[in-house]
Ligand binder design. Structure first.
Ligand code: NI
Length: 253
């Protein structure tokens, strides 16, 4: 059984088959838990609606760093309204993205900091997106006293050590399966058994051998297989460990 710790079934690429795909993931693909992640207000609301509809789907609420520039006064109050829902288990995704720089960096930092303060206030884990911004993300996290996960982690063992020292989890997505991904694979081999999650980040980031296709949670087993090989454990153990870790982090019974 698998916990896909980062998926976006609120994405329009699932508009055509969401209602058949989600039950099939549970019934045919052993995907028994999904964290459906919000990336703006509308997608966070959709994540909550999906979580209400499907018992095995949970939700997060937050605004992606890409959209930091468009955050309005009052948006954080709307997020807090969603956090009251039983099945909203995390805040995010939030963080910094200096690869695309879709929003000015200063506004990204402000938005990330605001999400961290919400996570502390609501005592909820935060889902962190970081791209080409490791130093600034780690710097802002120095003031954070809470839990969380770096999603789609692609950093080195050195960076992983700093993240783990903060008590945070690392989540591995499709890139860990790519042939040239030596750095991610070294980190996945290194991460302690009680601190890693697996995810698809669907519809993006399809793993080998499905790169370029629309991704979905039926491929999450490929991350379990890859990490199992890197750690010298069975696929079942990797799946069970990542399931237990995700449930602990998101406080799911
Ligand atoms: Ni995402």
């Amino acid at each position: 059984m698998y916990f896909d710790s980062h998926a976006h079934y609120n994405d329009e690429r699932f508009n055509g088959d969401r209602e058949t795909l989600l039950p099939a993931l549970y019934e045919q693909h052993q995907v028994t838990c999904i964290m459906n992640v919000g990336y703006d207000l509308e997608s966070s609301r959709q994540a909550v609606m999906l979580a209400r509809k499907y018992p095995f789907v949970y939700a997060s609420a937050g605004i992606h760093p890409h959209d930091a520039e468009s955050i309005q006064e009052g948006d954080y109050a709307c997020i807090e309204e969603l956090l009251r829902e039983d099945k909203v288990k995390a805040i995010g995704e939030t963080g910094l993205d200096y690869h695309y720089d879709n929003s000015p960096r200063q506004l990204q930092k402000q938005a990330f900091d605001n999400h961290l303060r919400l996570a502390e206030k609501w005592n909820m884990p935060v889902i962190i997106h970081e791209r080409d911004a490791t130093w600034d993300v780690l710097d802002l996290l120095k003031t954070y006293h809470g839990e969380g996960v770096f999603h789609c982690f692609s950093g080195s063992v050195e960076t992983a050590k700093q993240v783990l020292d903060m008590g945070l989890y690392l989540s591995f997505a499709g890139p860990v399966t790519f042939k040239n991904a030596r750095r991610q694979q070294e980190t996945a081999a290194y991460v302690p058994k009680d601190r890693f999650l697996i995810e698809t980040d669907c519809p993006y980031m399809a793993p080998e051998p499905f790169r370029g296709r629309r991704n979905d949670s039926s491929f999450v087993y490929l991350m379990a297989e890859k990490i199992a090989r890197l750690k010298g454990i069975s696929k079942e153990e990797a799946a069970a460990l990542s399931m237990a870790n995700a449930k602990r982090l998101f406080r799911i019974e």
